[in-house]
Design a binder for this molecule. Sequence first.
Ligand code: PSU
Ligand code: MN
Length: 302
Amino acid sequence: MKEFLEIHPEVENALANGKAVVALESTIISHGMPYPKNVETALGVEEVVRANGAIPATIAIFNGKCHVGLTNEQLEYFGKAKDVWKVSLRDMPFVISQNLYGATTVAATMRIADMTGIKIFVTGGIGGVHRGAETSMDISADLTEMAQTSVAVVSAGAKSILDIGLTLEYLETMGIPVVTYGQEEFPSFYSRKSGFRSPLRLDSIKEIAALLDTKWKLGLTGSVLIANPVPAEQEIATDEMELHIQKALNAAKEKNISGKEVTPFLLKYIADHTKGESLEANIALIKHNAKVGAEIAVAYAG
Ligand code: PSU
Ligand code: MN
């Protein structure tokens, strides 16, 4: 696999010395937030990871190579470029063999992190089972990837553009532990609430690291979802978000949006219609996840 990887020397060095490394995705930069806030956020998230004792490794595909750890210029490129592929697992062989540029989703980022030897990955929200999946079959490859790849995912739960109940059922079926950090309820990205009880709860970083270590030492492959609720000051009420989500879903239906376009369309619609507030919440929760993810990576490495 080496021929497809371009590992930043700082990341390579950290891995060789058993230091904590945190993988970060790039779809969020290219397809999840407007420029220049996306680049500022990506740089800010990397700083938070460093401030908490780990080395950040943002992952993206450049000219057919999987880059693990990006330069600031590369981050800037991904924030600005309009022709960047959204790369999930099925897109990897095409984008790589065609020497294209791709921003990686949770699924593709996890896989590349695993190829590199990184065990902890931080994002905002994961993809999941979409509302209406009983007829559309729209279930994100993030979930099937989490079922097989042994990289932990730190997220603010799942956005309520998804069917959170079905997403939790799917994670249970696939044997993926879902641990909420510090509260009983599973969070829904913008909100600390979702209406669903978290399958598991842990209140310390040490216990989370021990759970990861135990799962993998038992030979149980696959991910652990660590749900880290958005900080209370930046939270947006679920009923307020629900109105925007309903409108976004209706607009997607009207425009016949399907396949891989669904998630970026819904994210952009909600961002455009909630303006500053949702963007600020989004930035705050990703930085908070970066802090918790770095702490877990340090505890796990220790
Ligand atoms: N959900 C969010 N924010 C995101 C995404 C999902 O709240 O940025 C992005 C992630 O990169 C995720 C991808 O892996 O969308 C899932 O896309 P799909 O539903 O097409 O699998
Ligand atoms: Mn989908």
